[in-house]
Design a protein. Structure first.
Length: 418
């Protein structure tokens, strides 16, 4: 690779807007509705769905804050509308009912706990807890007795100006927090916790434009964060995910910070910095496959520490599994919704006590393009696998493998490693 080509790669990868974030916060009117005024009882026995929804319906008319005061409030599915803040006060727990036999359902799934659709100015805040009481649902999943999809704790779709802050989310039947096709999103200082063996309990599952996620602690049974963008109708000039920042987050057990596996809607401009991963199955993870892929461009990881991970850096255009060897897949025709990965920067990354040092695996007809590793130090049981990748550059970087080859490669151009 000549000097000009190298400089061009640096420019292209660095062009991601590292300051990209939400542009506007939600504006909530000053009215306050305490759910106790509508008859809610925080004894962890009374079912408070009607009382809490009544308070939310008042806020729908005027805008304002719905306050969950200290206590344990058992509740069923709720709907929140525009210009509403749901505050879970310190000492308060909003707990989802878990009687599956009579749990409300529609359109082939159980209703989500908190549902928000096509709204503006939404805030979920406070120092309290939202508990999904998911254990019976996980057991039913293991027993294969469920016929409908399990509820998520928070589901927000097509909404502008969203803030989620301060709350602890526990044990969802399915995902903790989902945001789909939202704009101007700020998620900060939240804690997400579910057992490592709980089924499909993603921490944050999101597609958004202008988004910041920061100072969050996430331990869960699936992806800690999953950036998913699977709208196959999305225009190439209007990516489903744009200008997203994830920073200063702590990831424990879980499947890591994942992009995919649905990526057909397109992504441009993701900046991840100053995060730690300890005990995650994967750390930095990008995954998709033929038929569900799209363009992923300008992804930037900086100042990342990963330890005790099986797949610390995993970038693959095969999902759910790669071929046994790269030679086995020789398809060269380009189909609809093939993945395109390009302009990826990994800078100031430290990987220790991990199994697979690096997996970078493209498909033959669409190699991963322009990947730069700068000041990346990897210490793992096994070295790097780099297959079907173009213009992979290592600068001031090293891979230490406990056994086997340091780098295995196939149909790839690699510079900067001895």
């Amino acid at each position: 690779m000549n000097k000009l080509s190298s400089l061009l790669i640096v420019f292209l990868i660095s062009s991601v807007n590292v300051r990209a974030q939400y542009t506007q916060l939600p504006v909530i009117p000053s009215s306050v509705y305490n759910i106790k005024d509508d008859g809610a009882v925080g004894d962890n026995k009374t079912l408070n769905t009607e009382a809490i929804q009544k308070a939310l319906d008042k806020a729908r008319s005027t805008g304002g804050k719905v306050l969950i005061p200290p206590g344990e409030f058992l509740c069923g599915p709720l709907k929140i509308y525009s210009k509403t803040e749901l505050e879970i006060a310190k000492g308060a727990t909003l707990r989802l009912r878990n009687d599956m036999e009579s749990f409300p359902a529609a359109n082939g799934r159980y209703l989500n706990f908190i549902d928000i659709s096509k709204a503006t100015d939404i805030k979920i805040s406070g120092g309290g807890t939202i508990d999904g009481q998911g254990e019976p649902w996980w057991k039913a999943t293991e027993a294969k007795t469920l016929t409908l999809r399990r509820p998520q704790i928070v589901y927000i779709e097509g909404t502008q100006r969203v803030e989620i802050s301060g709350v602890t989310f526990l044990n969802p039947p399915n995902t903790h927090v989902s945001l789909k096709s939202c704009t101007d999103v700020y998620i900060r200082d939240i804690t997400i916790q579910a057992p490592a063996n709980s089924h499909n309990t993603d921490g944050i599952n999101i597609s958004a434009k202008n988004c910041t996620i920061e100072h969050c602690t996430i331990n869960t049974g699936d992806d800690n964060i999953a950036v998913n963008f699977g709208n196959k109708q999305q225009s190439e000039n209007d990516p489903e995910v744009k200008n997203m920042v994830i920073k200063n987050c702590t990831f424990g057990y879980g499947h890591g910070l994942s992009i995919g596996s649905y990526t057909s809607g397109g992504l441009t401009g993701l900046f991840v910095s100053d995060c730690t991963f300890d005990g995650t199955t994967s750390g930095i993870r990008i995954k998709t496959a033929r038929g569900r892929g799209g363009i992923l461009d300008n992804v930037n990881y900086q100042n990342i520490t990963i330890k005790n991970s099986r797949y610390p850096i995993f970038i693959s255009e095969y999902y759910p599994r790669e071929p046994k060897t790269p030679q086995e897949d020789v398809i060269t025709t380009t189909g609809d919704h093939n993945p395109v990965y390009k302009n990826i920067l990994l800078k100031n990354i430290t990987v220790t006590n991990s199994q697979e040092g690096l997996i970078l695996w493209g498909i033959p007809e669409s190699p991963v393009q322009r990947v730069r590793f700068e000041n990346v130090q990897i210490s793992a049981k096994f070295g790097a696998q780099i297959y079907n990748a173009a213009k992979v550059e290592f600068v001031n970087s090293a891979i230490s493998a406990g056994s086997g080859e340091k780098v295995r490669s196939y149909q790839s151009s690699i510079t900067g490693l001895n």
